[in-house]
Write a protein that binds this ligand. Sequence first.
Ligand code: NAG
Ligand code: NAG
Ligand code: NAG
Ligand code: NAG
Length: 386
Amino acid sequence: MELMRREPQSSMAGGTGSRCPVLLLLLVSVAARVASGIVTDGLLPNGNFELGPVKSDLNGTRVMGENSIPNWEISGFVEYIGSGQTQDDMILPVPEGAYAVRLGNDATIRQKLSVTRKTTYSITFCAARTCAHAERLNVSVAAESGVLPIQTVYTSTGWDSYSYAFRARHSTAWLTIHNPGHEDDPACGPLIDSVAIKALNPPRLTKGNMLRNGDFEEGPFIFRDTAWGVLVPPMDEDDVSPLPGWTVMSDTKAVKYVDAAHHAVPRGARAVELVAGREAALVQEARGTVPGRRYRLSFSVGDAGNGCEGSMAVEAYAARETVRATYESRGNGSGSSKRAAVEFTAIANLTRVVFQSYNHHMKPDGTLCGSVVDVSLYFGRWGASG
Ligand SMILES: *[C@@H]1O[C@H](CO)[C@@H](O)[C@H](O)[C@H]1NC(C)=O
Ligand SMILES: *[C@@H]1O[C@H](CO)[C@@H](O)[C@H](O)[C@H]1NC(C)=O
Ligand SMILES: *[C@@H]1O[C@H](CO)[C@@H](O)[C@H](O)[C@H]1NC(C)=O
Ligand SMILES: *[C@@H]1O[C@H](CO)[C@@H](O)[C@H](O)[C@H]1NC(C)=O
């Protein structure tokens, strides 16, 4: 209103007057973006549940109102848990801040996200099992859902970070985390904390490398203050992967996405730790191989520097060839990583490349661990010369 009334007065200073609408438009579009609140990489609004219900919305720990937790909607038996709270003889620790939520039988928490259409996003959140056998969490965004197995615990604290990914079809999407379990004790569901998001860049081919995201530089959000990496759970081949280019194949086991801030990684800033022996495989279908031509799949294996000691072996398969790369891990990242390669003749347009840890390994604290890998696949012109 103010601007409109002033407009005639500015006819003398035509330049200034004509810039105003532009400025106004700019302000409007910035305001629209801020108002629409398109998610940015990092914690979701109140993603760590530090903002809780008012006292009158709690019965003991149970959250009574659908909208009692700021930024979230809940349904079913949801509890608001403070750090150090006990249950039977067990202390319930909270990984970040002072609060977390627990999802009882069939309970759900959800948040509406403003996203950019056609963008792929990864979600990272922390979850811990409590007294019971709550073995799965159902994460869904819009019409897509994935059931993440959580029965295997990969950290000594009991808290693991899980990842999930989706491609935005619209400019808003409901992210839902649901406990499909039905325990006798409704208070035996999993705890949830620290829900974050990250936009994923499409997997890119780097020069000469026929594998997409072979160095794993693109992947789900890793919390700066968590030293245990992020699990990439098993998925179907047509699911959106939080690790672009790659699929994790397993019944219930995961691979672990780790960063150089907390682990020794062979190359770049990120890598994958094969924590589940032969129970999980890291798979990519390399496109554009030419039947009859020679290729070389090369990779680095190493010691993550996280206390995982022993004789390790990683197996790689491509077309009809297999190689087993072995090395001795001291668990302190001291041995530099080792390079290995397998040469093969392509038998199809697509070549399936698979990585697996040959054995199960355990850290002194009893948690599963394994080798870290970074990989590449080269078209083998060298094949002609040697
Ligand atoms: C609070 O929970 C107790 C035990 O489950 C129940 O008996 C009581 O009715 C609840 N109070 C309210 C106000 O819902
Ligand atoms: C998971 O959640 C989605 C959406 O809420 C639902 O359609 C699907 O049936 C659920 N799956 C299980 C196993 O509960
Ligand atoms: C790692 O462990 C080995 C053998 O225990 C030891 O010789 C080496 O000094 C350690 N390196 C570091 C960086 O701690
Ligand atoms: C290879 O790809 C071409 C075109 O992309 C297709 O026509 C052909 O059927 C494929 N061959 C095999 C063996 O998959």
